[in-house]
Ligand binder design. Structure first.
Ligand code: BGC
Length: 369
């Protein structure tokens, strides 16, 4: 996280969402989207392009896509059209998808980049074609007009703090293994940084990996390698950057007969169920709806040539673009103790979704009914 982002995140954490950070730097290439006469005339019948990065992590197809589509419809009296494509973790596919969206004359693009550097030229192309780009969840490089995400360094800190709590006095009695996300995703670097800030000096990191493409199967094979290298008796816990990878990691741990605390992120149904059964210690709950809503609101406003001032209270700098209007959202640590107060309360899952026959007994013990 660069200094300005950290400030932005801090301002949010401090509940000072209205604090303007506009004075933090000189604008090289200002975000905010230029109002073209064309887009200013646009009413509700707009075309929104939505590009998501992968489909192995459950959130994208299950939550982000439907929630964004729903909000766009709501904001446009059902008249807008959302055109969708998933890059399945391939950066060049995603660049082609941007080309297709430009050919299809979308009015605005919402992009969650597979590789935030590789998307840069495509963002430029879209801008040149008069199509503003909203960076979704990952801070895409290039002249984006808006950005929304969570406080990603805090995600890493939350994971680290939970792992320390779970380890208690055993924190230094063995080694932990750290499984970070993909190096093409700047969020992964922020999760990793936040986690290290909390864990360094308090645990011994035996092995650490940047997981190619965020893939559960890669996390699984890295975990197997870590177990062979460190010895199964010496591993006391695993930092996993998300739930998808935690799934692969826990499979490897179980196969070796190891039961230790494992972290996660995304509050995936499978992750929540592993928390219920005790296989996974925690996840980070990032409410999808507020992020999807922010992206939809900014996209519709940009397509209609309206100002983002009332929606995006923060500003962040990307490696290429300064002062991007931004909405940053807070996160919550999810453990067996607050399943009801988080994902169930917010309607992400019903108790029936979580407590299928396999989990009935464990759910009853937690008072989940
Ligand atoms: C997202 C996470 C997700 C990961 C893998 C990150 O950019 O913030 O929610 O688990 O990508 O897709």
């Amino acid at each position: 996280m660069n200094t300005r982002m950290r400030r932005a995140a801090f301002a949010v954490a401090a509940g000072a969402m209205a604090v303007s950070l506009a004075a933090c730097g000189s604008a090289k290439e200002s975000g905010g989207g230029s109002k073209t006469t064309d887009s200013a005339k646009k009413g509700d019948a707009i075309k929104v392009g939505l590009l998501l990065p992968e489909n192995q992590t459950a959130r994208y197809e299950k939550f982000d896509r439907p929630l964004i589509e729903k909000k766009v419809k709501e904001l446009t009296n059902g008249k807008a059209q959302v055109v969708y494509a998933n890059a399945k973790q391939d950066a060049s596919t995603q660049n082609q998808q941007v080309d297709t969206m430009i050919t299809n004359k979308v009015d605005v693009l919402i992009v969650d980049a597979v590789d935030t550097a590789a998307i840069k030229s495509s963002v430029q192309k879209a801008k040149d074609a008069g199509i503003p780009v909203v960076a979704y969840d990952r801070l895409a490089q290039g002249p984006i007009s808006a950005y929304t995400s969570f406080d990603n360094e805090t995600v890493g800190k939350t994971q680290g703090e939970a792992l320390l709590k779970a380890l208690g006095s055993k924190a230094k009695s063995g080694k932990i293994v750290m499984m970070n996300g993909s190096i093409t995703d700047p969020n992964a670097a922020q999760f990793k940084k936040g986690a290290h800030e909390v864990l360094d000096g308090k645990v011994n990191v035996g092995k650490e990996y940047d997981t190619k493409d965020w893939k559960p199967e890669n996390a699984n094979s890295n975990m197997q390698a870590a177990i062979s290298a460190l010895g199964k008796k010496n591993i006391v816990g695993v930092y996993s950057a998300n739930d998808g990878m935690a799934g692969g990691i826990i499979t490897a741990l179980k196969a070796a007969g190891i039961s230790v605390p494992v972290t996660g992120q995304d509050a995936e149904l499978a992750g929540v169920q592993r928390i219920v059964s005790g296989d996974q210690y925690m996840s980070v709950y990032k409410p999808y709806a507020p992020e999807a809503d922010a992206a939809a609101e900014m996209a519709v406003a940009l397509a209609q040539g309206k100002s983002l001032d009332s929606i995006a209270k923060d500003k962040v700098d990307s490696p290429t673009t300064k002062q991007v209007p931004t909405v940053i959202l807070p996160v919550t640590s999810l453990t067996k103790d607050n399943i009801k107060d988080t994902v169930v309360k917010d309607g992400v899952y019903t108790v029936a979704d979580i407590c299928t026959s396999q989990y009935k007994a464990a759910c009853a013990k937690l008072g989940l009914k």
